[in-house]
Design a binder for this molecule. Structure first.
Ligand code: SF4
Length: 372
């Protein structure tokens, strides 16, 4: 991709675009029109913005880019999950996933309805600096932080794949990368996703998932974006955690729990603990007991996730019986626990599988060390 000196429009929030337009001697209200075209009407060129004069459309196209990434591949799984592979200027590759879910429910007056949930799973980095031993993204090492515009572009690209009457309803920051290690970008992207002029998604429908960075969790509690915080615990004690999550060597679980308690007290938002079940490693009865203890201290819900096996890695997916034994142990201690279904396994779009197929291409980009 050639170097482009234009500003990526998705890097700008509404006031930011208003200021840019004012500097170009265009009316500030035009920013709202442009946002409407981009986020509501799904325009992918300035040319399509028919309520703007031809001359201004040409000036806008000379000043801003809409899409900066190149869509390299789009795949759809048998369960409807979609995965989009984007290549960014400089060559970095990220994957982003859309998970559809049409649930029957009954409203207050007894009418049978269908909720059309469309969840986008966004990446915040190219590769991941954490390097969890069981994760395909971690195998790549860290290549680069994404920009706000690149995070938003992922959501816009997914929106363009939806039927016209559908929209993104939920966002999870659970793609490639550690969102809180790209803190400013993650927060700015969340604000943009929440902004009524852009996606207008409630903070309650946005989940930021972190391996557990205590200072950043405390900062997140203060910035006024009441998202659901999911802590990727994956092991119920420090010793086991250090074996599978390299950054756990520098961060004790007690520090994470204290930061999580602060998040709950400050925002009033419940936390979720994510726990990937690695057969025989973290799936024993004693682990369920320890996990229940942590969940109680945090008043957190627990998501148990079936591990999706990654070629060349020694970890195994547990059987249904293992899940059936583990889950009730938590329930019996009063913990709200769910088993998360794996979606998109046939296109390697499930948790921990992202970007594995593209390792060879991505490996051509040198890894950048990033430490705590
Ligand atoms: S599991 Fe998450 S934090 Fe760990 S390496 Fe993979 S993407 Fe990074």
């Amino acid at each position: 991709m050639m170097n482009d000196s234009r500003t990526a429009i998705f890097d700008l929030n509404l006031p930011g675009l208003e200021n840019e337009l004012q500097a170009m001697d265009m009316p500030r209200f035009r920013a709202k029109q442009i946002f409407q075209w981009l986020f509501e009407k799904r325009a992918s060129t300035f040319d399509a913005m028919s309520n703007i004069s031809f001359a201004d459309r040409a000036r806008l196209a000379a000043r801003f880019t809409i899409f900066t990434g190149e869509m390299v591949r789009r795949q759809q799984a048998t369960d409807g999950t979609e995965k989009v592979l984007l290549r960014w200027p400089g060559g970095g590759l990220t994957e982003t996933v859309m998970i559809p879910c049409d649930d029957d429910y009954t409203d207050e007056s007894g009418r049978a309805l269908v909720a059309h949930r469309r969840t986008a799973c966004l990446s915040t980095q190219v590769g991941c600096p954490v390097g969890c031993a069981f994760c395909a993204s971690g195998l790549l090492g860290f290549k680069a932080n994404l920009t706000v515009g690149q995070v938003i572009e992922q959501a816009v690209r997914l929106t363009h794949q939806l039927e016209p009457q559908r929209r993104l309803t939920n966002i999870v920051f659970m793609g490639m990368g550690e969102p809180l290690a790209n803190f400013e970008v993650t927060v700015a992207a969340v604000k943009m996703l929440m902004a009524p002029a852009a996606f207008g998604i409630s903070g309650r429908k946005i989940t930021v998932s972190t391996v557990g960075l205590p200072p950043q969790i405390r900062r997140l509690a203060e910035v006024g974006v009441p998202v659901t915080l999911a802590i990727s615990l994956h092991a119920p004690n420090d010793e086991l955690r250090r074996q599978i999550i390299p950054w756990a060597k520098a961060i004790a679980m007690d520090e994470i729990i204290a930061a999580g308690q602060h998040y709950f007290q400050t925002t009033g938002r419940e936390l979720t603990l994510e726990y990937i079940m690695l057969d025989g490693l973290n799936t024993l009865g004693e682990h369920a007991d320890q996990l229940a203890g942590i969940a109680k201290r945090l008043r957190a819900n627990v998501n148990l996730i079936y591990y999706n096996e990654v070629p060349d890695l020694p970890f195994r997916r547990p059987s249904g019986n293992t899940m059936l034994a583990f889950q009730p142990q938590l329930r019996s201690r009063g913990v709200n626990v769910h088993v998360r279904q794996s979606r998109g396994r046939d296109i390697a779009a499930a948790c921990g599988q992202l970007a594995r197929q593209d390792t060879a291409q991505a490996a051509a980009i040198p890894a950048t060390p990033l430490t705590l």
